[in-house]
Design a protein around this ligand. Structure first.
Ligand code: TMP
Length: 229
């Protein structure tokens, strides 16, 4: 059913291994939604608040064990949810979030091999929304998964600036991260839209906007007139 005319809050996350090329497309979508008259909150994880950005710097820069890493990304997420995401959704805005909890399952769970049951417990604690329903969990309305072979991502990252603690990981780590994303997408197929990210920027944009047009969230005209040329 189409709901372009309805200004209900929309929470959309973007996922994929490092080098998947999410950023330009997220900016393009923000412009497309704004062209359609929506207010957009463009944000990222870990980060999105002053406190969460401090935690991000630690997670990306300092050596730590996987439990500490998981606790810090979930602590950052809690602050981000309470101070940015939930208020924006309550105002009826479109929240475009570069990574969310699926990244924790993919990177800490898949990449680091950390206990998925502990991550599920943390997810329930951090994303509980008792105001909505006693056992409700805040999840994105849609998660766009930029899927591309880890080998292709590694080749793209080879030219990148100084790598952080994740970008510096070997290919096998990213193969496990990719498998982690695939498992999440398989478990919750209604929430995930997979985009084949090993295509030209224009082709990726077309796949992406088709998903939003199909859901009635963007008009065909706006989608065609925005995005990378
Ligand atoms: P970014 O460079 O795409 O902004 O992401 C920052 C890095 O943090 C990226 O390598 C993935 C990693 N990360 C985790 O390990 N766990 C998480 O929960 C999140 C949100 C990101």
């Amino acid at each position: 059913m189409s709901d372009t005319s309805v200004s209900r809050g929309l929470f959309i996350s973007f996922e994929g291994i490092d080098g998947a090329g999410k950023s330009t497309h997220i900016d393009g979508l923000a412009k497309a939604f704004r062209d359609q008259g929506r207010t957009v909150t463009l944000t990222r994880e870990p980060g999105g608040t002053p406190l969460a950005e401090k935690l991000r710097a630690m997670v990306l820069g300092d050596a730590m064990d996987p439990l500490t890493e998981s606790l810090l990304v979930f602590a950052a997420r809690r602050d981000h949810l309470m101070t940015v995401i939930e208020p924006a959704l309550a105002r009826g805005e479109v929240v475009l979030c570069d990574r969310f909890t699926d990244a924790t399952f993919a990177y800490q769970g898949g990449g680091r091999g950390f206990d998925l049951a502990v991550l599920e417990t943390l997810e329930r604690w951090v994303q509980a929304t008792p105001a909505v329903a006693p056992d409700a969990l805040r999840q994105p309305d849609l998660t766009v998964w930029f899927d591309l072979p880890p080998e292709t991502a590694a080749a793209r990252l080879a030219d990148a600036r100084a790598p952080d603690r994740f970008e510096a990981q070997p290919l096998e780590f990213f193969s496990r991260v990719a498998a982690g994303y695939a498992a999440r997408a398989q478990a919750q197929p209604q929430r995930f839209a997979r985009v084949q990210a090993d295509q030209t920027r224009h082709q990726v944009w077309q796949q992406l906007t088709a998903t939003f047009v199909r859901r009635g969230w963007l008009s065909i005209m706006v989608a065609a007139n925005s995005g990378p040329k």
